[in-house]
Design a protein around this ligand. Structure first.
Ligand SMILES: C[S@@+](CC[C@H](N)C(=O)[O-])C[C@H]1O[C@@H](n2cnc3c(N)ncnc32)[C@H](O)[C@@H]1O
Length: 231
């Protein structure tokens, strides 16, 4: 099984296949558009990956600046977001260096990327969270909003942060930085159990593959948290 870094540096196609099966009920776009008004707004997105999250709001917005530290993922995002190239920019930025950007936007959004940064700085969760939030806040237009979308578990029966470090991160976002949390179901749907095992096993590993195989279900449960705060 490849590491996360190998996946983001070499397997954008497989990642894109994975997320194409995620949230088959469309709960994430439904919730995002129910809470936030993206109409004609500017957006900065971090850890854009292949542009899956971007595609959920890009039709409504005026302009989006997308960032990721993986050129390979950005290349796939560029192809996926081709129909919107007139209002999209894609550039390299590591989440640890957001403070180097000189930009402003109405929304800062990220999906399943800050969690990686927190895990990579697991001995400094509070400091890393403070920096991510303050660096993002500096890029916001007046009354702007930060939206953080992170995992609450794949192949789980109820929402649980999959690592203690992430639990600390999520709680700190709420308790110290006053973010609100919303929990949604973002279940995967596959044509066959074999496909579910192959696609999810590639990303999440052998244990997840075995569990999915034993459950013998083409639907794989997943929970996602949306944390947001207006500044
Ligand atoms: C799980 S993917 C999420 C991609 C996309 N947001 C989505 O919703 O599918 C994580 C992404 O974060 C990027 N990433 C991980 N650590 C990063 C960091 N420190 N700085 C910038 N991007 C990072 C990876 O390259 C990858 O594209």
């Amino acid at each position: 099984m490849p590491s996360m870094t190998e996946i983001y540096n070499r397997h954008a196609f497989e990642y894109d296949e994975l997320v194409s099966h995620e949230d088959y009920s469309g709960n994430l776009p439904r919730k995002l558009h129910a809470i936030f008004n993206f109409n004609n707004k500017s957006v900065i997105e971090f850890g854009v990956g292949t542009g899956r999250l971007t595609k959920l709001y890009i039709q409504q917005v005026k302009q989006v600046s997308c960032f990721d530290r993986s050129v390979h993922m950005l290349d796939k995002a560029k192809a996926n977001l081709e129909p919107f190239k007139g209002k999209t920019t894609l550039d390299i930025c590591d989440n640890n260096y957001i403070n180097r950007l000189d930009l402003k936007a109405d929304f800062i959004i990220e999906g399943w990327s800050f969690g990686h940064t927190i895990m990579e700085n697991a001995d400094e969760v509070f400091k890393t969270t403070d920096k991510l939030v303050s660096d993002c806040a500096l890029l916001l237009e007046k009354n702007g909003t930060i939206i953080i979308i992170e995992t609450l578990g794949t192949d789980m029966e109820k929402p649980i942060p999959p690592a203690k470090t992430l639990e600390v991160f999520y709680n700190y976002l709420e308790e110290k930085h006053n973010f609100k949390r919303i929990i949604i179901e973002t279940d995967y749907k596959f044509t066959t159990v074999h496909e579910a095992v192959r696609v999810l096993g590639f990303f999440f590993g052998e244990e997840t593959a075995k569990s999915i195989s034993e459950k013998n279900n083409t639907i794989v449960k997943e929970f996602t948290g949306i944390w947001y705060r207006k500044f």
